[in-house]
Design a binder for this molecule. Structure first.
Ligand SMILES: Nc1ncnc2c1ncn2[C@@H]1O[C@H](COP(=O)(O)OP(=O)(O)OP(=O)(O)O)[C@@H](O)[C@H]1O
Ligand SMILES: NC(=O)CC[C@H](N)C(=O)O
Length: 770
């Protein structure tokens, strides 16, 4: 064990992660084999550790024979990214039944393919040539997504952003700056009559088209890879216990379900849902939907002291938000009568007994066996009735089942006494069933076909089967998957409560948290959360991912759904004394898809630009405004040049004086910047990770505990300028792209003209963070 631990930590795992990994036997075996294998090639270089771990953790048993090859390719840098590693795993899976064709394999994973800027240039040129006639005809209305797709077909491993930039450059070269006609939305020709006469010319767009369809991994893709038993074939799964009555019971079960898949999402209503629950929701609802089955939302309400009405609602809201509709909402407490009846039966069968050992006595490893284990059945029946009738004190006794769990724990408790009001059953009960007793029986009553749960319940699987079989009732199949956890955050309810208590965050939906309500408030679209879960896949291994992975999914969705707008966060005033006249511009909400609507903004001779878009002296590579260099104003036909810099008393730049000219081939600027001319003030909240360390809960990384790891600037609030039109439109939870800055979502704190925006994500990973 110690040896394995040392080996795993040599792979860059923290001791805690290594310990956790060791609990997963097959993953540990694979990782140790990988470490051993890597020695042949000089060991695992430190920068390869996490890729190796990622890949090995996704290695399914049916393709584990390819482990040596994967290790070799990773160590030799032939597989150098998650994309290629995932492509390799996919290749192995879809060819699991065939002999390995190494050439095909390398081709599928893009091994050896180094995409140069020249490759991209050529591929874009070819793509443009292919559609040249259509492009010349439609000009900027041509859907450049088609070009992107075309390039990806030939350069699968090229960076999406590099391709997009190249397309923009070549289109600009081919078509020149946008003309007035380019800017008029196609359906607005008739409306145009009533509009201001001076429609602006449009400038080179920096907008990204929707990402190519081939990139998306959907929940269905994820589910399609899951190979679970068919309804009614429970007995084909490992560890399922077949009894003399199984055949008959399964036949009845199939009659009731009509052979359909039935799953359930079973949260405890003791808190809010978090990103890990999104995975559970997607797996349960997704699996049922994919197979044309049904999924229950079952509140596992067996701990009345922790449960609150508001959590039932909060959970239901988040399931709705993710777009799932339960077939039926049920509650473990719906079944309390039946569960009690079964408990009596269990006692009568000699499989359960009332025990007087105290909770402290039976906690921990190797507790002493219960001296009451073999007491007469009659005695247990009477005592259990007394428990139910409130004749015993809390903690005085429990009902225990005669079964040993995988981890060696003996005789788990089935019922305990709690003099506690229950949100749904009031004071009817003072005994409440435990998870081990309740879960399988509720699953059985609802005829669940696949009881999907997280890995830590593996050790309870035999008790689950035992209880159903002992009562001779339908026994569902339990399947486990790895929990999903997130770096730089905590998701445990107790810890979030502490953060709130210490005023570190404001509430359960503070956008710095990874609860679902927080993600919604921050502006994460539910589709992005689902896409993220789909990308994570359903593996047995616990997955810990960086928020950047989730943020990438958010950008993908918002790129196609968030209307563009210009907002200036660090304003610098420019007075344009020549060459411009007041105007009202019609600006498309989605420059790449002008049909999707537009908004009007004002342009006059006073504008605000970002301070960072001006430098007094240009340096090589600098493309924006300087004393020597003009810049274009986005969505206008103008370029501006600075004629004077005005300083305040402290020698800071107070404002610029500039002249404007209409863009032409002679004064074509190197860049176009955003601006605001009719400023209305808004509040923007800029968020960053709440914790400094990846694993704030890891005592090795953070000896002072997670509270000591909180960063100072995870929330920066400041004022910004937008055009007045936005104030009138902004509705809570609506997302916008503040061009060149990031995606922002209207916070529900907004009131009237006092609009607050949360930064959902910056435009690119790591850019724009304050
Ligand atoms: N991090 C996670 N990743 C995947 N599934 C999860 C995660 N956390 C909980 N689940 C699953 O969601 C379902 C409902 O969870 P429930 O609220 O009862 O869990 P929990 O373990 O109490 O959560 P937590 O302690 O994190 O608040 C269960 O099937 C559980 O296994
Ligand atoms: N089997 C499961 O999915 C467990 C659900 C249960 N509510 C829990 O305690 O987490």
């Amino acid at each position: 064990m110690q040896d394995s631990l040392t080996k795993l930590t040599s792979l860059g795992l923290s001791e805690q992660k290594a310990k956790e990994t060791i609990k997963n036997e097959s993953l540990t075996i694979n990782l140790l084999a990988a470490i051993q294998e890597a020695k042949k090639f000089g060991g695992v270089p430190s920068e390869k550790c996490s890729l190796l771990y990622h890949t090995v953790s996704k290695l399914k048993p049916q393709i584990s024979n390819h482990l040596p090859l994967i290790v070799q390719y990773i160590v030799e840098n032939k597989i150098d990214s998650i994309v290629r590693a995932d492509a390799a795993l996919d290749f192995f899976l879809s060819n699991a039944h065939k002999e390995l064709d190494i050439k095909k394999f390398e081709a599928e994973c893009g091994i050896g393919i180094n995409v140069t800027p020249e490759d991209i240039e050529l591929a874009v040129e070819n793509a443009i040539n292919k559609s040249k006639n259509e492009i010349l005809e439609k000009r900027y209305r041509f859907n450049s997504g088609i070009l992107l797709q075309e390039v990806r077909n030939t350069l699968k491993w090229a960076d999406f952003r590099d391709v997009k930039n190249e397309i923009d450059v070549q289109l600009l070269d081919l078509l020149g700056p946008k003309t007035e006609a380019d800017l008029v939305p196609p359906d607005s020709k008739t409306k145009k009559k009533g509009k201001e006469k001076n429609e602006p010319k449009k400038t080179k767009t920096q907008d990204s088209p929707p990402p190519p369809k081939t990139e998306a991994i959907t929940i269905n893709d994820m589910i399609s890879k899951l190979q679970l038993h068919k309804p009614g074939e429970n007995f084909t799964t490992d560890g399922y216990v077949v009894t003399p009555n199984t055949e008959k019971i399964i036949a009845e079960h199939l009659k009731i379900t009509g052979g359909k898949v039935r799953t359930r999402f079973p949260p405890e209503p003791n808190g809010i849902l978090h990103i890990g629950h999104a995975k559970a929701i997607n797996i349960n609802f997704g699996y049922a939907a994919y197979h044309g089955g049904i999924c229950f939302l079952r509140f596992d309400d067996t701990n009345p002291e922790k449960e609150e009405e508001k959590f039932f609602k909060g959970i239901k809201d988040m399931v709705d938000w993710l777009g799932y509709k339960p077939f039926k909402i049920t509650y473990s407490s719906d079944y309390f009568d039946k569960l009690y009846e079964w408990a009596l039966e269990l006692i009568k069968l000699g499989h359960a007994y009332v025990c007087h050992q105290k909770q402290e006595e039976i906690k921990g490893f190797n507790p002493p066996p219960s001296p009451w284990r073999d007491r007469p059945i009659e005695e247990s029946l009477l005592l259990f009735e007394d428990m139910k009738n409130g004749k015993m004190e809390e903690g005085e006794c429990t009902l225990r089942m005669k079964i040993t769990l995988e981890e060696g724990k003996q005789d788990p408790v089935a019922y305990r006494i709690k003099y506690q009001h229950h949100v749904r059953t009031g004071n009817k009960w003072c005994i409440y069933p435990t998870y081990d007793y309740t879960h399988c029986l509720c699953d059985s009553l609802e005829h669940i076909t696949h009881s999907l749960c997280t890995k830590e319940f593996q050790s309870r699987r035999s008790a689950y089967y035992w209880l159903c079989n002992t009562l001779d009732i339908y026994c569902p199949v339990q399947w486990e998957y790895g929990r999903l956890n997130m770096n730089y955050t905590v998701v445990s309810k107790r810890k979030i409560a502490k953060l709130i208590e210490e005023n570190i965050v404001n509430d359960w939906d503070d956008p710095r948290l990874f609860t679902l309500s927080a993600l919604r408030r921050r502006g994460f679209p539910p589709q992005a959360v689902n896409n993220f879960c789909a990308r994570m896949g359903v593996t047995g291994a616990q997955t810990v991912v960086d928020p950047v992975m989730l943020e990438a999914c958010v950008r993908d969705v918002l790129n196609t759904t968030a209307a563009r707008t210009m907002v200036v966060i660090e304003p610098l005033l420019i007075e344009i004394t020549e060459g411009i006249k007041d105007d009202q511009l019609v600006v498309p909400d989605f420059p790449a898809e002008p049909d999707k609507g537009s908004h009007q903004i004002k342009l006059c001779n006073q504008i605000y630009i970002e301070r960072s878009d001006f430098r007094e002296t240009s340096e090589p590579g600098y493309k924006r405004l300087s004393l020597q260099q003009r810049v274009g104003l986005r969505y206008t036909p103008y370029v501006i040049k600075v004629v004077e810099v005005v300083y305040d008393n402290s020698k800071a730049i107070k404002k610029l004086i500039a002249h404007a000219e209409v863009t032409s081939n002679e004064n074509k600027p190197k860049a176009f910047i955003h601006w605001v001319s009719d400023p209305s003030e808004i509040t923007v909240r800029l968020y960053d990770n709440l914790f400094t360390h990846k694993n704030p809960e890891d005592p090795e990384e953070v000896p002072g505990g997670f509270l000591s790891d909180v960063t100072k600037n995870s929330l920066v609030e400041q004022k910004a300028y937008c055009d007045g039109y936005l104030i009138k439109l902004a509705k809570p939870f609506t997302q916008y792209q503040f061009e060149r800055i990031g995606y922002f979502s209207v916070d529900p704190d907004s009131q009237g003209s006092n609009v607050v925006f949360n930064r959902t994500v910056s435009l690119k990973e790591d850019s724009g963070k304050n």
